[in-house]
Write a protein that binds this ligand. Structure first.
Ligand SMILES: [Zn+2]
Length: 335
């Protein structure tokens, strides 16, 4: 049976999942909102935080129970993990676009005007995006990997912040913005170098920025973008593209297979900061579900996998993950 929007499951799976949840004492929970359990008396280091610390304690305990019951987890992250680094996310709490949807690959590759618009916006956006640094959530995941608790981090983000935080086994599912590639001859070079080429080609160009977007893009006033000059490939004069999987493109097959293998090797899937609205990410939740692996979700707002998750925590991952990490690291140290 096909899974549509994560709402349908193969016959017979749901009762088994319910039984598993009941056995593990797991339930869906909210760290900042309603909860169906009385907040515990235990108040941890988050006392004074805007999140009710008792509820956070209860929900992190459930995450801990799940994670403690498996050898390793694979983590799937989305834009929500990088908002604490000043990179905005794509979607609101209901999974709807916050901005106009990103440019499609067919438009980018097929239109000089579209590429001028893209690179004009990216030229401005990179001045901020290129300086983003990992936040507490990235660092917490890197520490958990170092403690042997995480097999792989699969990220839908293109900011390389997991690697910068020290995570070693990272699959950049959608590529990363630190490189550019020629569509026509496949020559690869660094984004920083292309940024200098863009600057040199547009010495007097200025634009009014009206907003920042998650993929290093910005919203610019309409005027001026058509005057932006985009240098061609140094080798063939062809079309330069960010080395990311644009909307309308497919993730390279080998990359998907490596990510699927990580899910298959691990005992559970932890989704952090993603609504999973895009199939390229959702398929890993579906794989975990189909192979009987529990799914835990830390995300503010609904996700496409809410109905198949063993644990759902609505919390700021930059606040929750360091706490989770601390518990596991303490456990590892005392073992
Ligand atoms: Zn080329």
């Amino acid at each position: 049976m096909p899974i549509v929007n994560g709402r349908r499951e193969p016959a017979g799976c749901r009762p088994r999942k319910r039984a598993q949840r009941k056995r593990r004492g797991l339930r869906k929970a909210r760290a900042c909102g309603h909860t169906d359990r009385e907040p515990t008396a235990s108040v941890g280091p988050l006392a004074g935080n805007h999140i009710d610390s008792g509820e956070v304690t209860a929900t992190t305990r459930e995450l801990d129970e799940l994670l403690a019951g498996v050898s390793t987890v694979t983590v799937l992250t989305g834009a929500g993990v990088s908002t604490g680094s000043g990179i905005p996310d794509y979607r609101d709490r209901d999974g709807e676009w916050k901005h106009a949807p990103p440019m499609q690959y067919a438009e980018f590759s097929g239109s000089d005007a579209a590429r001028r618009r893209y690179w004009a916006r990216s030229y401005v956006g990179w001045q901020r995006f290129g300086k983003a640094r990992p936040n507490a959530a990235h660092h917490a995941l890197a520490r958990l990997e170092g403690a042997g608790r995480i097999d792989t981090v699969i990220t839908q983000n293109v900011d390389r912040l997991h690697s910068l935080a020290g995570s070693r086994n990272v699959i950049d599912l959608h590529g990363d913005l630190s490189k550019v590639r020629c569509i026509d001859c496949d020559d690869m070079s660094l984004r920083h170098r292309f940024q200098r080429e863009l600057k040199d080609a547009n010495p007097d160009w200025h634009a009014h920025v009206s907003g920042y977007r998650p993929d290093g893009d910005v919203e610019l006033a309409a005027t001026g973008q058509d005057d932006f000059r985009v240098p061609g490939c140094r080798k063939c004069g062809g079309r330069i593209k960010p080395d990311v999987v644009m909307f309308g493109e497919s993730v390279p097959r080998l990359r998907v297979e490596a990510a699927m293998s990580a899910v298959d090797r691990s005992g559970a899937l932890l989704v952090v900061g993603s609504s999973l609205m895009v199939f390229s990410g959702f398929r890993f939740a579906r794989r975990a579900h189909e192979t009987g692996k529990p799914i835990a979700i830390v995300n503010q707002g609904k996700t496409r996998a809410d109905d198949i998750a063993a644990v759902k925590v609505e919390a700021d991952c930059g606040e929750l993950l360091p706490r989770l990490g601390a518990q596991h690291l303490a456990g590892a140290a005392s073992a």
